[in-house]
Design a binder for this molecule. Structure first.
Ligand code: FMN
Length: 209
């Protein structure tokens, strides 16, 4: 009798520890998940603000987004999200998510900021697998190459100009690495064409699909 009481007590204690233990793991996981999401949000806002400085808009840029249908000009095969920057409720610029599918080591994800007048506010790489020391000069912490797009527009060059110099265009390639810049120049050019054809919707302050 004593023995079975002891077994039951031990069993109950084990159960209690298991419940407390899994509760703690669950709470920690939820807390970490929220922290990761918050860190990602802050990192994204920093990137957006590198393209469009915070004093150039007065809305909640990271949360005022529009959904875009998949479009090959943006390299998107799924619905994607664009950010709308507004001043006094008027859309002054959009930041488009673009994918250059043909990097040296695969797809390069970009954010392409375009002002309402069609000029580029800036381009930033948000992820890539290009080679360190070669293709990774597309990152602003490695070189200023990507800043060369600032203030350009479709009209800055004709069709042939929107290529790297190696292909007869106007854009510098990187030393020993032409494939990476070629992919980005093409993706930025295509993004500008996409903007031109979807301007009305992209600049509509109440737009969504
Ligand atoms: C190991 C290795 C990694 C490379 N990584 C890149 C890269 O990330 N981006 C790129 O454009 N070219 C890269 N290249 C070079 C390309 O193969 C190609 O030669 C180059 O882009 C052509 O540029 P160029 O005409 O200026 O030489 C790499 C080559 C090797 C051998």
């Amino acid at each position: 009798m004593n023995n079975s009481k002891q077994i039951i007590t031990t069993g109950l204690l084990l159960m209690l520890f298991a419940i407390i233990g899994s509760g703690l793991v669950g709470t920690t996981y939820e807390g970490t998940k929220k922290q990761i999401a918050e860190n990602e949000r802050r990192a994204m806002l920093r990137t957006l603000n590198n393209i469009l400085p915070a004093n150039t808009y007065d809305n909640d840029l990271i949360n005022e987004t529009i959904n875009l249908y998949p479009d090959s000009r943006l390299g998107q095969t799924e619905t994607s999200t664009a950010y709308q920057a507004k001043k006094d409720k008027i859309v002054t610029a959009v930041i488009l998510p673009a994918i250059a599918p043909d990097g040296y080591a695969g797809a390069i994800k970009l954010l392409v900021g375009i002002r309402a007048d069609g000029t580029l506010a800036g381009v930033r790489v948000i992820s890539h697998k290009e080679t360190p020391g070669l293709g990774d000069a597309i990152e602003t912490k490695r070189s200023n190459w990507i800043l060369g797009f600032n203030n350009m527009s479709l009209d800055s060059h004709d069709l042939h100009g929107w290529k790297v110099k190696r292909d007869g265009g106007q854009f510098d390639q990187l030393t020993g690495a032409t494939i990476t810049p070629r992919a980005i120049v093409k993706a930025v050019h295509q993004s500008l064409i996409y903007f031109k054809h979807n301007k009305q919707k992209l600049l509509n302050s109440t737009a969504d699909e």
